[in-house]
Design a protein around this ligand. Structure first.
Ligand code: MOS
Length: 695
């Protein structure tokens, strides 16, 4: 790539491009789009976890005033492609998990639809007695194949011998619970079958309009171009909107039966707990061995997670342990057990987040038993090359993050002994942990640039802004790459009719779309110069970045946390948190800082609050609303701040940026837990840490 651009807007602070629309209420979410004459869909969902639907009595609701359509497994249209079980909605009478979609009522109002759906009597042949919602014993778990993409198990050197010979050792089990994504905007989809053209328009809350279009078209037997998915503004997703789910198919199916009506399926919070994915519970067995100086000679991370019997999703907590620290010998494995539970899916830093909780807690235990400061222990084990591949890092500045974090937090002089500091009724402690997240660029994204009148440019790609700031970041990147002011950029994103774009996920969105915008701008300027004719245009796909084959780019960070634990009640507060990150060039300080703080808060949440309780008898989630599924409110988050190193990583992307979306949640829960140990002396290896465990 020849750089013809100068970074000017990229890296400069500035308000969100869509900020004014947001505060005026003029940035519509899917449900709020002007989609024409509405009809409202209420799902009928299974109240058993395993068995078959034997009858559904829909005769009375079919004739209710205002009911437009009732769908059941007996009258639902056949789908063209049922190979993905998640999308094979109403195609048979099997029930695979509690809350599965087994029917729908579409009516003139949401109230009529919900009332009618509730009146449908469903009978089942129940096989709950054969079902399993938990598997505690490791022997129940089997190797997963991670869909054949990544080798699940790997080992380097003789771990067992190194552990046996180690001077200092840790051998412990760590667990993280089932957790559910709860973005501000619940999932919603509005599907309209266009009677004249026989095409489908969907206003959807998604991280990836192009995939929703592709998958819905495939399942319905349509051309991708005939399913248009519109999604310009999205109120968060954290991964749960990184793929279509069953509700998209059900809405599309209903829309085809009601041409011209905008069939609106807005999931309730309760429905989200079973339909749009969640973080599977994980268990990690971590064994560490070091020499007398605390240098790792062995690191073994054996992880276990659950998946759904109906469709596999692997939350592999052990892969992260291949990359973060240097060690002479290493083993990482993952085992899974299929259960009668809803289908797990992405939740911010899937794998890395639970995995780093385990490893960073184990390192804290090691630091204590070896008598080495936890920051110093991590510095001693810094990896000069990527331990997973042996390739050089594009830039690894973890040590600088650790040192700077220690400085801004005031770590120096910390007494390492636990349970010594008391301020009135509060036990006080501090803890820290490292952060790591791989840098990814997704191939297959396309960007088009077209010259408009008055020196303006239309820059188009189906990217998604889920709150991370794509409108802002991509406008800045396009402006600099075309060498013009941002007000000359007319950015078009959030619509599958635009050139297709990869997901806003895996912390890869901005780097992927931005890299492609830069390539398109370079092609455009090479072809038409800086004074093009109106309608001069190019469409460009993500360039190959061969340097990424030989070099590992990754983001790093360090978290420092102070906690106070009420000596009488066990209540844990987090009065202070500081994190320092290395993510390459920060495209926009305001939006990236917000990503960091959001991740850190999600880490505090993971440490102290979030967990879903599954009923052991019937397999439903008991805590399926925001009254019972807790995460921090404003009053729970006190003095918190993020900093970053001033840098540019020219290997990672032409902007010099790496991924920044997920790293905030990686390691942060461990930092909180390590501080709780320092405050109380209680080493809690099972999240969340709640007051009952501290009394
Ligand atoms: Mo995020 S879990 O990569 O959407």
């Amino acid at each position: 790539m020849t750089a013809v651009h100068r970074w000017n807007r990229v890296g400069a602070d500035g308000p969100r491009v869509d900020g004014e629309l947001k505060v005026r209420g003029e940035a519509p979410y899917a449900y709020e789009q002007d989609a024409g004459e509405r009809a409202y869909l209420a799902p009928i969902r299974s109240t058993i976890a395993r068995g078959t639907v034997t009858t559904m009595d829909v005769d009375t609701v079919r004739t209710m005033d205002g009911v437009l359509l009732v769908l059941t497994p007996w009258n639902a249209p056949a789908l063209a492609d049922t190979s993905d079980a998640e999308f094979a909605v109403l195609q048979d009478i099997e029930v695979h998990f509690h809350g599965e979609l087994i029917g729908a009522v579409v009516a003139e109002t949401p109230e009529i639809a919900a009332d009618a759906a509730a009146r449908v009597t469903v009978e089942y042949d129940i096989r709950t007695q054969d079902s399993a919602f938990f598997a505690d014993h490791p022997a129940a778990y089997e190797p997963d194949d991670l869909n054949g993409v990544t080798p699940v198990d790997e080992s380097v050197g003789d771990v067992d011998a190194a552990l046996a010979a180690a001077v200092h050792r840790v051998d412990e089990w760590y667990s993280t619970p089932e957790e559910h994504n709860n973005p501000m905007e619940p999932h919603a989809t509005v599907a309209r079958w266009e009677p004249d053209s026989g095409t489908l328009t969907m206003y959807d809350s998604t991280q990836v309009a192009s995939s929703v279009s592709y998958e819905v078209a495939r399942v319905l037997g349509m051309d991708t171009g005939d399913v248009r998915v519109v999604s310009p503004f999205v109120g968060g997703g954290f991964g749960s909107k990184g793929s279509p789910h069953a509700h998209n198919v059900l809405a599309a199916m209903a829309a085809r039966e009601l041409p011209g009506r905008a069939v609106t399926f807005a999931l309730t919070r309760r429905q989200m707990f079973e339909i749009v994915g969640y973080r599977s519970p994980t268990v990690s067995h971590v064994q560490l061995g070091t020499d007398a100086d605390g240098r790792l000679t062995a690191l073994a991370h054996d992880s276990f997670s659950q998946t759904a019997r109906v469709k596999e999703f692997a939350e592999n907590a052990s892969t992260v342990s291949r990359s973060v620290y240097a060690t002479e010998s290493r083993r990482t494995t993952h085992r899974m057990v299929p259960l009668d539970v809803p289908i797990p899916f992405w939740m911010r830093a899937p794998g890395e987040s639970p995995g780093m909780f385990a490893v960073e807690t184990a390192l804290d235990e090691l630091a204590h038993s070896a008598g080495i400061d936890p920051v110093e222990l991590r510095i001693r084990n810094d990896a000069p090359v990527d331990p997973a591949s042996g390739n050089p890092w594009s830039s690894r500045r973890l040590v600088e993050c650790l040192r700077r974090g220690a400085e801004v937090f005031g770590w120096e002089g910390r007494d390492p002994r636990p349970a010594l500091r008391r301020d009135g009724r509060w036990l006080v402690g501090t803890g820290m942990a490292s952060a790591y997240y791989p840098h990814l660029i997704n191939p297959g994204t396309r960007v088009s640039i077209r010259a408009l009148p008055e020196g303006r440019y239309a820059v188009s790609t189906a990217a998604a802004d889920i709150g991370q700031g794509a409108w802002t970041a991509l406008t800045a990147i396009a402006a600099d790459a075309l060498g013009v002011d941002p007000d000359r950029i007319s950015l078009h994103i959030g619509d599958s009719a635009l050139p297709r774009a990869a997901v806003a996920g895996g912390s890869s969105g901005t780097a992927t779309w931005g890299t492609t915008i830069v390539a398109a701008a370079e092609e455009f300027r090479a072809k038409y110069g800086d004074d093009p004719d109106i309608d001069d245009a190019v469409t460009t796909r993500t360039p190959e970045l061969p340097q990424l084959e030989r070099t590992t780019p990754a983001s790093f960070g360090a978290h420092f946390v102070e906690v106070r634990v009420d000596a009488d009640t066990g209540e844990v507060r987090v009065p202070r948190m500081r994190s320092v990150y290395s993510v390459g060039r920060v495209i926009n300080p305001r939006t990236v800082r917000s990503q960091f703080l959001g991740g850190m808060i999600m880490g505090i949440s993971m440490a102290l609050q979030e967990h879903s309780v599954r009923d052991a008898r019937f397999g439903h989630i008991v805590t399926a609303d925001l009254a019972q599924y807790h995460f921090p409110v404003n009053a729970d988050i006190e003095d918190i701040d993020a900093q970053w190193l001033d840098e540019s990583d020219d290997v990672a992307s032409p902007m010099g940026s790496r991924g920044a979306g997920e790293i905030g949640i990686v390691g942060s829960a461990a930092a909180v837990g390590n501080a709780v140990w320092h405050a109380t002396g209680a080493r809690l290896r099972s999240l969340p840490i709640q007051c009952d465990a501290l009394l």
